[in-house]
Design a binder for this molecule. Structure first.
Ligand code: TMP
Length: 248
């Protein structure tokens, strides 16, 4: 990663400033990414503000293979919520280009802003469950920076790096699913290692610990940890305990 690209973006403008740089603005993948944002934005503005009712917006986070996909699907089914994910489906086809590339962080960060538009659209109709959001982008890159030595250690909890971007829709609740490493490995054994980060997750205890610590350092919204070692039914019950106040 070049030093001119910030590790964590706190605004949409900061991301588009990178894409507008001479060396990136002509890349096909960058053009496609910007076009998807514009299309999504147009679609959202056409239907915005038709329903003022506020529905709950819940995010699931965690290391890979902690049950996010299964649990978020179950919770969405139970609460009749729209299930979305980041990177959003509209740009996930570009992931192969950006993964392991210097534009990886801008790509994931930008994906959060496309997801935000999809969330706003869906919140007009009912609750929304989102599988990963800004916290993933932030914690994976903070931890990666410690791992590759570009920063010495995670910044202290008080650091403004942990604050939510002021121009990005905040979730009502962020749940981080946690499992023992043994259970996580059993689940991940069935997957192919594709990215550097997935390989690091497999190999480095410190990388995993830093991700969990970075999640814990997040403020406004803070994250809530839920143990996902138990059966799916039990984890769904534990999650429902946490989120039920949002549906009162
Ligand atoms: C959504 C997102 C994923 N990732 C990485 C973390 C994991 O290695 C991997 C997980 O992707 P997945 O949830 O589609 O399996 O992608 C980021 O680094 N930043 C992000 O914003």
């Amino acid at each position: 990663m070049t030093s001119s690209i910030p590790i964590i973006f706190h605004s949409l403008e900061a991301i588009t400033d990178v894409f507008k740089k001479e060396e990136f603005s002509n890349l096909d993948a960058v053009k496609k990414l910007l076009a998807v944002y514009d299309e999504t934005f147009l679609r959202y503005t056409k239907i915005s503000n038709t329903n003022p009712k506020k529905h709950p917006f819940i995010v699931f986070e965690g290391l890979d293979a902690t049950g996010k996909t299964t649990i978020s699907r179950k919770i969405a089914e139970k609460h009749n919520a729209k299930l979305l994910r980041t990177p959003p489906a509209s740009i996930s086809g570009l992931r192969g280009f950006f993964d392991n590339d210097q534009l990886r962080v801008p790509y994931y960060s930008f994906g959060n802003y496309i997801a935000e538009l999809e969330v706003l659209e869906a919140l007009q109709q009912g609750p929304v469950v989102l599988d990963r959001y800004w916290h993933s982008t932030a914690v994976f890159w903070l931890s990666q920076s410690v791992e590759d030595g570009s920063v010495d250690s995670l910044p202290p909890k008080s650091d403004k790096i942990y604050t939510w971007p002021s121009d990005l829709l905040k979730p009502d609740m962020v749940i981080v699913l946690t499992t023992t490493e043994e259970n996580r490995r059993k689940r991940i054994a069935r997957r192919k290692v594709i990215t550097n980060q997935e390989a690091l997750l497999k190999s480095s205890v410190d990388f995993r610990k830093n991700i969990i610590k970075a999640y814990d350092n997040m403020s406004d919204p803070k994250v809530e940890f839920v143990d996902s070692n138990d059966s799916i039914e039990e984890v769904v019950r534990l999650v429902n305990e946490r989120i039920k106040r949002l549906f009162d």
